[in-house]
Design a protein around this ligand. Sequence first.
Ligand code: ADP
Ligand code: GN1
Ligand code: MG
Length: 373
Amino acid sequence: MAKTKEQLLNILDQFQLDEKVVSAEPFGNGHINDTLKVTNEKGEIKYVLQRINHLIFTNVDMLQNNIHVVTTHIRKKLEEKGETDIDRKVLTFLPTKDGKKYYFDGDSYWRVCLFIPRSKSYEEVTPELSYEAGKAFGDFQTMLSDIPEGTLGETIPDFHNMEFRLKQLRDAVATNAAGRVAANPAGRLEEVKDLVEEIEKRAEAMCIQERLYREGQLKKRTNHCDTKVNNMMFDADSDKVLCVIDLDTVMPGFVLSDIGDFIRTGANTGAEDDENLDNVNVNMEIFKAYTRGYMEKAKAFLTPTEIKLLPYGGRLLTYMQTVRFLTDYINGDTYYKIHSPKHNLIRTKAQFKLLQSLEAHAEEMDQFMNQWL
Ligand code: ADP
Ligand code: GN1
Ligand code: MG
């Protein structure tokens, strides 16, 4: 439900802000939460207000607790390293006036963090920025590697479990075939038959991580799980990464998630939802630069199996996103925000095209990894 300006200011008034604020305007283009930038009387952006999508993040206590653990852990590491300007290098969430980590207004959950001044995020990166991003996510995983097991909850259970995502697709197909989807009871399945077939062809090969985990050959680590290119802030002057943001999905998982999602978003020559599939291809320079930066920081803790699988991570996360967008399309668009009736189908096709391009470059990517094996 959209909020009026007065309602938003009233929500903001529940938090311990140290400045008077006068407006809250939409910000960014996330698919799940609502993000707003909050300005003071001088027109300066001071805070970021977010409405948490609690239909997706059903355990808001766990969510905000995870974020608290992660941000305080990173802050401590930065202090130990003697870093300066720490408020720009880790997100700072503000408590409510009664000391809570979020505010519930009767129908929505809200949180506020400091806006990072003199920073910017990118939707597209150059190889130089990609190298910086690789180092930043390698550092991020390193800093979080000593959070004791069991401290962080799974904010979305089985979030990057490929077997689970395939099951959701198969359930959606069965439900749609039985004509039980309210939003569009017929038609969508017929329209996507070929895509479902393409997905099924690859299904077994895309569940390697779950199998290796069961066999004890792969462990879980703390991952960001949403390393989209726009989820990190760069310094507006130096173009060095300041801070990793969008921490809702930081949780235990497989290491390929954080390599894969950056390749999926940063190394795509087109947009995630490009209607012109000719635009969509993998940019090998960006892949190489990210990998170089990431390996510089992460090589110390990665196993040879994980290093070898790194290019597979790009294919896996792209495949997973194809499956997730398609599932949502078949289900009648109940999960992702959409901006046109066929948006989820357009996204599916663009992701599938990227997957094909990644497959065509698999050998070249594997060869590139040999320098670390
Ligand atoms: P979403 O779930 O909507 O993707 P994000 O937390 O990623 O939410 O925020 C969306 C965008 O808002 C980011 O890509 C970034 O440009 C900007 N942003 C978010 N938090 C901050 C912050 N603390 N300081 C500056 N910009 C921010
Ligand atoms: C969602 O909220 P946002 O836009 O950063 C999604 C990710 C997907 C992404 C696809 C909680 O991320 O998993 O990869 O869209 N987040 C959730 O763009 O499902
Ligand atoms: Mg985001």
